[in-house]
Design a protein around this ligand. Structure first.
Ligand code: P5A
Ligand code: ZN
Length: 485
């Protein structure tokens, strides 16, 4: 048995830890490509990303979502159709203005999101309530000229893993139902990755441009800052009205349909890396680990030992192959076992099998868990079953650890001094009674030097006697505040 892995650097210098590990584990090359806010997915990172996208597809497809692919370019007049939307994105849009040396007649935007282009095409495709609900999604690059500090995967100017879903409904009620379905889908996604979250209804002044309201998933990163990892918007009829998109309803009348949209991004990958890591590097959930088991033969001194190790190695490989486990045998001759352990620990491989001569002679191997670094001896006959059990245990342990880390950083209080200290010292999230007035929340944002994330979703009522600490009026619910990314 080894002790628990250290998480000192991970929590105390998180942004540096993050930059270190994405380079060390060859996940993502950031900062060297000569355009700010744009990084390169390297082979190992690409495989993690691909498996997360597959998880998303596996959740959306059975719910009736259909994958599509729209053009990257949006003509200016489409992007400008919905006035709130364009106001929200105006200063973030990249424009294509030339084709070769010719100035273009119509400026073309690199999509910052696709509500406008998708609604435009829906006007041709959808004519009747009989076709509804309709659920499209795509996984694409989007471009946003972000002015806040850019960060690898977390705040990009080219968001390369933008999964955007867009739905159409024949009533407000059905769009509301879709919002619930989307929230459930994202819960499932984050749960399957062991990512903890709080769900908030964003304040009116911070909702998605063009939406009736926005429901957001936030998590707390190791340094205590909150990160928005997904959002679900009820778009109402804003876009369908702007595009004069009408359908025939059951009662034969024509009306503008209702829409929702919801999205997640590269931030999901960043969060898996962030919330589960430790000082040695990545700790990957087995379901998305590109390599689930690494096998390291320990060189034996004598000929008999060598033969035993070789024989056992072949048997282990056969067992893993048959069990459908993604494995890699590290038989590099120029590296000592210790260097190999270091290498695969940094890459977050969930299980390591060490094959030494003595155990091999007993038809056994040593199994080492990445999450706890615990070692155990396992006979070859039970190996496949044990690995499956360990995967499950590893996932449960990672999930529990991440959830308790987050919960320990959330404080509900009406004491402003306490709240201030919490945000300053521990960061995390504070929940403070709120009367519902924008002024009061904005005042507290200043006082706490933190951002208002919104109110708990589903809505939680504050107790009868709770007062807004700013104006002293009766509080209706809580407002959450946090330092954010
Ligand atoms: C919903 C999908 C939208 O754009 N249109 C289609 C809606 N919502 S959003 O909140 O603006 O973005 C969805 C999620 O994408 C992540 N995100 C980013 N990730 C990395 N870098 C960025 N610059 C960036 N901007 C947004 C967030 O997780 C957000 O919730
Ligand atoms: Zn108030």
């Amino acid at each position: 048995m080894s002790g628990q892995p250290s998480r000192d650097k991970w929590s105390r210098e998180f942004p540096r830890w993050f930059d270190w590990i994405i380079a060390e584990a060859e996940v993502y090359d950031y900062g060297r490509y000569p355009v700010k806010g744009m990084g390169v997915w390297m082979p190992y990172g690409f495989q993690i990303r691909r498996r997360i996208i597959e998880l998303i597809r596996g959740i959306l497809d059975p719910l009736g979502h259909e994958e599509v692919l729209f053009p990257l370019l949006i003509p200016e007049h489409l992007l400008r159709r919905e006035s709130e939307h364009v106001k929200g994105f105006e200063d973030e849009v990249y424009w294509v203005t030339h084709g070769g040396l010719e100035p273009l007649d119509v400026k073309l935007a690199l999509r910052p999101t696709s509500e406008t282009s998708i609604t435009y095409m829906e006007t041709f495709w959808i004519k009747s309530y009989k076709q509804l609900p309709k659920k499209y999604y795509q996984v694409v690059s989007i471009f946003r000229y972000e002015t806040k500090a850019t960060r690898p995967m977390i705040r990009l100017r080219e968001v390369t893993t933008f999964k955007e879903a867009h739905t159409v409904h024949d009533s407000f009620e059905d769009a509301e139902r879709q919002v619930l379905e989307a929230i459930d889908a994202y819960k499932k996604l984050f749960d399957s990755l062991g990512i903890p979250y709080v769900i908030s209804r964003r304040p009116e002044w911070d909702k998605f441009a063009g939406a009736l309201y926005t429901i957001a998933f936030d998590t707390i990163m190791p340094d205590g800052r909150a990160l928005q990892i997904g959002t679900v918007h009820n778009l109402g009829q804003s876009f369908t009205k702007a595009f004069d998109f009408k359908i025939q309803l059951a009662d034969e009348t024509l009306d503008h349909p209702w829409q929702t949209s919801y999205g997640v991004s590269d931030r999901v990958v960043a969060t898996v890396i962030g919330v589960h890591g430790d000082d040695r590097g990545l700790v990957l959930p087995p379901n998305i680990a590109p390599i689930q088991v690494v096998v390291v033969p320990i060189p034996a001194k004598d000929e008999e030992g060598k033969a035993k190790v070789k024989e056992t190695l072949e048997e282990v490989a056969r067992i893993l192959e048959e069990a459908g486990i993604r494995y890699r045998v590290d038989d590099r001759e120029d590296l000592r076992p210790g260097a190999k352990y270091y290498y695969w620990e940094a890459r977050g491989v969930p299980l390591r099998i060490e094959i030494g001569a003595r155990e091999a002679s007993e038809r056994a191997v040593t199994l080492v868990r990445r999450d706890t670094l615990e070692k155990s001896k396992v006979g070859l006959d039970e190996l496949a079953g044990r690995i499956r059990e360990e995967f499950n245990d590893i996932y449960e342990n990672m999930k529990d650890r991440a959830w308790s880390f987050m919960k320990n950083r959330i404080l509900r209080t009406s004491d402003l001094e306490k709240a201030k200290e919490w945000v300053k010292e521990r960061r995390g999230i504070v929940e403070i009674p709120w009367c519902g007035r924008e002024d009061c929340a904005l005042r507290l944002e200043e006082e706490l030097d933190a951002k208002a994330l919104g109110t708990p979703w589903p809505l939680e009522k504050a107790p009868e006697n709770a007062k807004c600490p700013v104006c002293g009026k009766k509080a209706i619910t809580w407002m959450r505040y946090s330092k954010t990314y």
